[in-house]
Design a protein around this ligand. Structure first.
Ligand code: FUC
Length: 360
């Protein structure tokens, strides 16, 4: 009897809630721990952020495979990296922070040179979300008022994190009361070697994409969908990230490495594999699936050592990689890209999974 109860608990996992301190303006932040037989993931209400993901390597050694801090103050002090956060209302860049909708021009704060990045100066990553426990996970809700950061319409966003054995699933949904634009993603930095293990340059990555969106000097897509064939952006076959990252390539030079959007094979809305990362040292493998049409592969190129991790090491260049499943950057200014517009009465859904396995 006892044995069968224990087994049932393991199969269904557990969800627990605890306090994670107060923000500098006094708002309480909670942290939820999702446990399965294979993974422990912690998610907090500040920025709906993934704080840690613990999983075993090929020898059973457990480590945290996402970059972060051990205190809320660490997250609040860091306005640069977006560690683990849900970014919004518009993930990635909008050129000059400006777009037209229904003939009206909207202005979003320019917080990245001439452009707007990840929703503006006070994006969803810096707000405290409401949370409730759901089966196998937690649902985070945020209401962003009409005019928040310059965006039209009151947007209600729900992000559900659920853990199923070795897969962390993220379901996003959003609705609005006026025409608006929305592009939600998660900005976790993975280091499959575990925190403090060095850079991700030896990791081998596959990205299931035949094309990518080249960018201008401000990292805004030119509008072209360029073939990856014959370029350092061709990851259709598993390749070490460091192998070509310093190639003499104009696109790599602009971004200081990989910080681009890949156009995923398969259609928008359909679940497909976006990417797979393998760490040869530990055997850990991350597989990313999504319904989104694109993925931003960001090789942690602007981590500059200015922030310290829980073990006292500094987060330096290439110490983590992001696979931000998304609509393409600056879509509101590119009518040929899959649309990010959302109208009243519609519900925008998307889904992404991070699955952890090991290889000998
Ligand atoms: C990614 C990049 C940006 C930025 C940010 C922290 O989304 O596209 O360049 O550095 O992460």
């Amino acid at each position: 009897m006892l044995l069968s109860m224990t087994t049932a608990m393991a199969a269904h996992g557990s969800v627990t809630k605890a306090g994670f301190g107060k923000t500098s303006d006094g708002t309480e932040v909670d942290i939820y721990t999702l446990k399965s037989d294979a993974v422990e993931a912690r998610i907090m209400t500040y920025g709906a952020r993934i704080v840690s993901i613990k999983t075993a390597d090929r020898n059973g050694k457990v480590a945290d495979v996402v970059l972060g801090y051990d205190s809320l103050a660490g997250y609040q002090a860091d306005t640069k990296t977006y560690f683990g956060a849900v970014v919004g209302r518009y993930g990635n860049r909008i050129a000059h922070g400006e777009f037209k909708l229904d003939g009206k021009t909207y202005q979003i704060p320019k917080n990245n040179g001439e452009n707007s990045l990840h929703g503006g100066t006070l994006g969803f990553d810096r707000l405290v979300w409401k949370a409730r426990e759901i089966p196998e996970g937690v649902e985070m809700t945020l209401v962003s008022k009409d005019g928040d950061q310059g965006y039209p319409g009151t947007l209600t966003a729900h992000v559900r994190y659920t853990l199923h054995h070795n897969a962390l699933r993220i379901d996003y949904s959003a609705s609005t009361d006026k025409d608006t634009v929305v592009n939600l993603t998660n900005h976790s930095y993975f280091n499959l070697g575990g925190l403090g293990s060095g850079t991700i340059l030896k990791d081998e990555i596959t990205i299931v994409a035949d094309k990518y969106t080249p960018v201008d000097k401000g990292l805004i897509p030119t509008g072209e969908l360029a073939p990856v064939e014959g370029t350092p952006f061709d990851f259709r076959k598993s390749t070490a990230i460091g192998k070509r990252i310093n190639d003499d390539d104009a696109q790599l030079k602009i971004a200081g490495g990989y910080d681009h959007n890949w156009v995923l094979r398969g259609s928008n809305g359909e679940v497909k594999t976006a990417a797979r990362v393998h760490d040869p040292a530990t055997g850990r493998v991350l597989t990313v699936t999504t319904t989104e049409p694109g993925v931003q592969f960001y090789a942690g190129v602007s981590l500059d050592g200015s922030f310290k991790g829980p073990g006292g090491w500094t987060y330096a260049k290439n110490m983590g990689l992001c696979l931000e499943t998304q609509h393409f950057p600056d879509s509101p200014n590119h009518p040929s890209f899959p649309t990010t517009e959302l109208k009243p009465g519609e519900m925008r859904h998307s889904m992404t999974t991070f699955t952890f396995t090991t290889e000998k």
